[in-house]
Ligand binder design. Sequence first.
Ligand SMILES: Nc1ncnc2c1ncn2[C@@H]1O[C@H](COP(=O)(O)OP(=O)(O)O)[C@@H](O)[C@H]1O
Ligand SMILES: [Mg+2]
Length: 333
Amino acid sequence: MKIVVLMGGDSTEREVSLVTGDQISKALSENGHEVIKIDPAASRDEQTALNKTDRHWIGIDYPDFELLPAHQGALYLKNLLITKRLKPDVVFNALHGGKGENGIIQGMLDAAEIPYTGSGRLASTLAMEKDISKQYFRQANIPTPKGTVLNRPGASRKNIKQLQLPLVIKPNDQGSTIGLHIIEETRQIEPALSDAFRYSGKVIVEEYIAGRELTVSILKSRVLPVLEIIPEHNLYDYECKYSDGMSAYQVPAKLDDALAKSIQSLALRAHRILGCAGYSRVDFRLNTENQPYILEVNTLPGMTGTSLVPKAAKAAGINFNALVETIVEEALK
Ligand SMILES: Nc1ncnc2c1ncn2[C@@H]1O[C@H](COP(=O)(O)OP(=O)(O)O)[C@@H](O)[C@H]1O
Ligand SMILES: [Mg+2]
């Protein structure tokens, strides 16, 4: 098949996506596919560097480099146009965060009638907006930390006062633990809110769940083994997510069978009620009384060789290339 791998983009998780994109491209080539990498935020020169050729976009008029960033937005449209012109059988979406994960790219691909991997437009939006996902979880009786949401920096703090310390303050629609703060004392609330509002127009304030960090990957309709993350820091932050040796992993997690099964079933239900497709990764905290709380569903989880979904797949006997191939097959169903 001819497969365009979308990677990079202009979100805060751009660098991670470039690594995901490279590893997915390598796997797809090894599986016998023709692969073209497209960075939706790239200028013509950057696009050429990515594939070491410019033959795919001859005839496309890019804004001159000096005129960027005034025409930055046009790059997404142009690069999608190139993608369409390449007539791929499918697009592998290796973007993370921002427009690549929140439904915008999905909507553009829908409009262009190009099939793509992973969740569709609506599920992507619902999963990206943590406050909306949490409403879905509550409605389905999937426990999620108690909290409130501030819709603007000046919003009333009344509901925060009703929550017990420690708290977590985080942007509504970021990833990679960016802009996230643990609050142990009241005086830390305002600075944390200001920082979180730098990344999002909405901020979540919720109870901190002391305990263990678990994540559950879904592939097709299959739930992979529960994976426990043991980060060096007291939360799974950017450094622990992406630096070697900053986290230890245990898969399958050491949990009694009944508890592991119930967490897996919560994960699959969360994936389904948001309408996710293909694959996803569901993040949990497990408190000291073994009560699980769902934090979020990631519709475009990291897919480098050392990422969590590939680790869980490996524990289920699925190697990286087979995992990538399954995701492609699901996209064409
Ligand atoms: N309510 C919470 N209680 C305890 N830890 C939390 C809570 N919310 C987030 N965290 C910590 O921060 C990390 C990132 O939070 P998450 O909601 O998954 O956002 P994202 O991964 O999109 O940045 C979690 O993996 C966890 O370590
Ligand atoms: Mg997370």
